[in-house]
Each structure stands twice: as C-alpha cells, then as structure tokens.
Design a protein around this ligand. Sequence first.
Ligand code: NDP
Length: 241
Amino acid sequence: MARVAVVTGGTRGIGASIAKALKGAGYAVAVNYAGNEEAANAFRDETGIAVYKWDVGSYEACKSGLAAVEADLGPVDILVNNAGITRDAMFHKMTPDQWNAVINTNLNGLFNMTHPVWTGMRDRKFGRIINISSINGQKGQAGQANYSAAKAGDIGFTKALAQEGARAGITVNVVCPGYIGTEMVRAIDEKVLAERILPLIPVGRLGEPEEIARCVLFLASDEAGFITGATLSANGGQYLA
Ligand code: NDP
C-alpha cells in the first residue's frame, strides 16, 4: 500500500510542487488549502490530487480535516507543514492582527497539524514530519518580525520533536527555502526584487519550487531515516547557517 502524505497549503506555489513530486514518487497524496477555490480547483483538475479545505490555524479544523483525509486514504505517514502567509510591516507599524495572523498560521499551524497525527505515527513506529520554514527564520528580516519569529519557532519545534520522535521511528526535519519564485515572492515590488534581493543571492536567481520539492522528497524517503532534527537550507548560497 502506498504511504499517505498530506501537504498543507498544497494547491499553490511550493506546496503544489511538493504534492506533485510526492504523487510522482508513488505516495497517496492529499493537500489542504485555506480558501482560494480557483487555485484549488485548477490544481485538482491538473493533478487529480484530492484537495481539502481547512484553516491550519484552527486545532479543531485540523483534527476534523485530518480525520476526513484518513477516512479517504488511510493513516497519515508523511506530513508536510508548508502552509504559510506573510503580513509584512515595519515593527513600529505592525498591528496585533498582523502579528497574530502570521504566528497563528505559520507557527500554531504546526502544532495543530502535527498533534493529531503524532500518536498514530508513534503507534505505527513510522512517520515523517517535514516543516517548511524560511531563510528569514534563520537570519531575521526587517519588516518581518512576525514571520521571522514564527519561522524561527518552526525550527525550534522541529528540533524538540525530533528528539521525542526518534525512538518511535519518526523523523522531523525542517527545510529553509531562500527566495523562491512563487506568488508570495512575485508580490514583492519588481524594483526591490531586482535591486535589493537578487544581488544577495550568490547563484544569481530565484529558486524554483521544484528545488524545494526535491528536498522534501528526499527527507520523506526511507533513505533519509538517519536524518532527524536537521535544518536543510536551500537558498542559493544567500545565508550559510
Ligand atoms: P503561496 O502563497 O504561493 O501558497 C500558500 C499556500 O498556503 C496556499 O495553498 C494557501 O491556500 C495555503 N494557506 C495559507 N494559509 C493557510 C491556512 N491558514 N490554512 C490552510 N492553508 C493555508 O506560498 P509559497 O508557496 O510561496 O510558500 C509556501 C511555504 O514556503 C510557506 O510556509 C512560506 O512561508 C515558505 N517560504 C516561501 C518562500 C518563497 O520564496 N516563496 C521562501 C521561504 C519560505 P489558499 O490558496 O487557499 O490561500
């Protein structure tokens, strides 16, 4: 039987590439999304992958969403916590709503999604949790105190959980992408991108979502069973952690 993989925020951007790569490698894949129906329908039509709508910021929604996935596909073996948002502002202008929204999706979402599948993975003595953090969680970024805090939290979460899961056959790792050419990055002003971001990337280009998908595919595989608690940077040499 194919292993079951769930990718949060899997209908667009990096998550969509991850889901396609996992499907291509033979996993039974389900993706979740927040509310962009157009993107979700287009993704489902293109890939045939099952899509489920719920908010990773709600524990109850994650529990019932995951129960629906498990009823359809079977127990979750691989969880990719990819869903993320930005609400950028310099700190003196950042509102509590901007802070809370980003912490809730990008950090609390990891608890909300991982907790409901953890006991099952422990019981079955196998699991792969792969969290998608960010270069900006490693180095911090002006205008992103909320995002940097959440993404740094994702790395700490990964390291703690890796220690708890090791004896139960569960690996927990985190991928830190640099700037990848998705809508999240294309939303950045073109001039800022060309003059202030690209010059910082030694390889001289944005990353491709497929390049992050390949990192996830490896970490999900049996071959990566000795790797846990690791932070895998994929950033074109921009930040050497
Ligand atoms: P996109 O904005 O392209 O896609 C985000 C996905 O997450 C969408 O499917 C969206 O659903 C979903 N999503 C957002 N909020 C929620 C929520 N509360 N519940 C469920 N699903 C949600 O993002 P990217 O592909 O660019 O980013 C993916 C991950 O990679 C994020 O964690 C991001 O922080 C991280 N990252 C991205 C980088 C980049 O350069 N792009 C760099 C470093 C890290 P819907 O379509 O319904 O809104």
